[in-house]
Design a protein around this ligand. Structure first.
Ligand SMILES: [Zn+2]
Length: 418
C-alpha cells in the first residue's frame, strides 16, 4: 500500500507550527544581525537541547542520550521490534551561523512527529528524531564528529578527547552541560536515516526548484599546518635574513586557491583559520598555524589535490627556510546515498508535485557518516542567494514546509514498508 493511499493527497505538515518552532529556537544564541551563535556544548547549546527535549517529550516521545551527547526522541510504532526510521540533523551553529543550518532538519523531524500525532497515525516501525552533537566542527574539530563516532568511523575516546582552542575537551563539556548520556553508541539496528537540510548553495533557488533530491556527498580532506620561522624585530632585520612564517602561510593560501581553480567547477579549496604568533605589528611572525579544507566528489581528484598541497607546502618551506608540521586530520571518501531512500524521497516529491532536481551535497553532513551504517538519503530545500554559515542565512517558510512534507512522506513510506 502506498503512502498516498494511506495519507491521501491532502495530508500535510503544519507549516506555521514548524516556522514558529524555528523562530523560537533561533532566539537561543540570537545575534544582532539576525543570525545565531550556538557553538557546540556551550551553555547556549545546552539551552537549545533542553528546549528540543521538552518539545519532544510534549509530543509523547521517549528521550535517550548516548555517550557522545547525541539525543534520540522515539515515537513508538505498531511493531517496536522493527528497527526505527531516524530523521534529524544538528542544533549547533557556526559563530556567525543562521537560523536554519541543521536546526531545520531537527525541527522538521519534530514536526513530522507532531503531524503524525495530529493524525493519530501510527507507523509500523518506530520513528526517531535525532540531534547530533557538534556537527559544525567549529569549536571542536573535526566536523560531524559525533555522527562519525555513531557510525564507527571514530572511536568514542577520540570523540570525547577533541579539544577546543582553550583546551577543554568534548567529554568535559558534555558532562558540564549534562548531556554525557548513558545510552550505548548504536548497539541496535536502524531502518533508515533521512536528513532535511538547507542547500547552503545557490543552485535550487537559481533554477527555481523547491526540492533537491540528494544522491551523493562529496569527499573531504582537512589539514592542519604549522610553519615555524623566527621572530625578529621588524626594523633592524633586513628582508634577506627573514624567516617569516606568515609569508609562508600567505604563499600556501594562494597555492590552495590555485589548486581549487585548477579543478573547477567541482573542487573547493579553502584556508579559513589562521593563528599568527606573536601577532604583534612590529615583530616578524615566527609561527603560524592554519587549516586547509579540500572538497571534491571524485576521490581520485581529491587525491591529486592532496599531492599538490603537499608539494606546495614543501616548496614554500624550502624557499623561506621554515620548519613544517603538516597533518591531514580528517578524510572521508565521497558517499553514494542508498537507492531505496533516494527513491522514497523521489516518490514523496512526485506525490506532492514539487519541482525538483538531483544534487550532490557540497557540504559535509551527518548523513554522510550515517550512510555507512544504515540506508540514508537527504532532502535539500533552497536558501536565499545560497548563503549559509552567515547570519543573514534565510529560507522562506514555504520552502521549509515543502521539505518537511517530503520528509513526512519519505519517513512514513519507509516505516510502513514491512
Ligand atoms: Zn548543517
Amino acid at each position: 500500500m502506498s503512502t498516498e493511499a494511506k495519507f491521501g493527497t491532502n495530508v500535510a505538515i503544519n507549516g506555521s507550527r514548524l516556522w514558529d518552532s524555528l523562530m523560537e529556537m533561533a532566539k537561543i544564541g540570537a545575534t544582532p544581525k539576525g543570525g545565531v551563535c550556538r557553538l557546540a556544548l556551550t551553555d547556549l547549546d545546552k539551552q537549545s537541547r533542553d528546549l528540543f527535549v521538552r518539545w519532544c517529550e510534549d509530543a509523547g516521545c521517549t528521550i535517550t542520550v548516548d555517550a557522545i551527547g547525541n539525543i534520540f526522541a522515539r515515537r513508538p510504532g505498531r511493531n517496536n521490534a522493527l528497527p526505527p526510521i531516524l530523521m534529524g540533523s544538528h542544533l549547533d551553529s557556526q559563530p556567525t551561523g543562521g537560523k536554519f543550518d541543521g536546526v531545520y532538519g531537527v525541527l522538521a523531524g519534530l514536526e513530522v512527529v507532531r503531524t503524525l500525532n495530529d493524525l493519530n497515525y501510527q507507523t509500523e516501525a518506530p520513528i526517531e528524531v535525532v540531534a547530533w552533537t557538534n556537527e559544525e566542527g567549529s569549536r571542536f574539530a573535526p566536523a560531524m564528529v559525533a555522527s562519525g563516532v555513531f557510525a564507527g568511523t571514530f572511536d568514542l575516546e577520540y570523540g570525547l578527547s577533541r579539544k577546543d582552542l582553550d583546551g577543554k575537551t568534548m567529554g568535559e563539556e558534555l558532562a558540564r552541560i549534562g548531556y554525557a548520556g548513558d545510552a550505548p553508541i548504536r548497539g541496535r539496528d536502524l531502518g533508515a536515516y533521512f536528513e532535511a537540510h538547507i542547500e547552503q548553495g545557490p543552485i535550487l533557488e537559481a533554477e527555481d526548484k523547491t526540492i533537491g533530491v540528494v544522491t551523493d556527498c562529496q569527499g573531504q580532506r582537512w589539514y592542519e599546518v604549522t610553519f615555524t620561522g623566527q621572530e625578529a624585530h621588524a626594523g633592524p632585520t633586513p628582508m634577506s635574513r627573514r624567516r617569516d612564517a606568515l609569508l609562508g602561510a600567505a604563499r600556501v593560501v594562494d597555492a590552495v586557491n590555485r589548486i581549487g581553480l585548477e579543478h573547477a567547477p567541482l573542487a573547493c579549496a579553502t584556508v579559513g583559520l589562521m593563528q599568527i604568533h606573536p601577532n604583534s605589528r612590529n615583530v616578524i611572525p615566527g609561527r603560524v598555524f592554519f587549516t586547509v579544507d579540500f572538497r571534491h566528489p571524485d576521490d581520485a581528484v581529491l587525491a591529486e589535490m592532496d599531492a599538490k598541497l603537499r608539494n606546495a607546502v614543501t616548496r614554500v618551506a624550502q624557499e623561506i627556510g621554515l620548519e613544517t608540521e603538516f597533518e591531514q586530520i580528517w578524510y572521508y571518501a565521497p558517499v553514494k546515498f542508498d537507492a531505496g531512500c533516494v527513491d522514497a524521497v523521489r516518490g514523496a516529491v512526485a506525490e506532492l508535485g514539487y519541482s525538483n532536481r538531483d544534487m550532490v551535497s557540497g557540504a559535509g553532513h551527518d548523513a554522510c557518516y550515517l550512510a555507512r551504517v544504515t540506508p540514508t538519503s537527504m532532502i535539500f530545500i533552497p536558501c536565499v542567494d545560497g548563503i549559509s554559515h552567515n547570519e543573514i542565512e534565510h529560507a522562506h517558510p514555504e520552502w521549509c514546509e515543502a521539505g518537511c512534507n517530503v520528509l513526512l512522506r519519505a519517513v512514513v513510506a519507509k516505516a510502513d514498508a514491512t
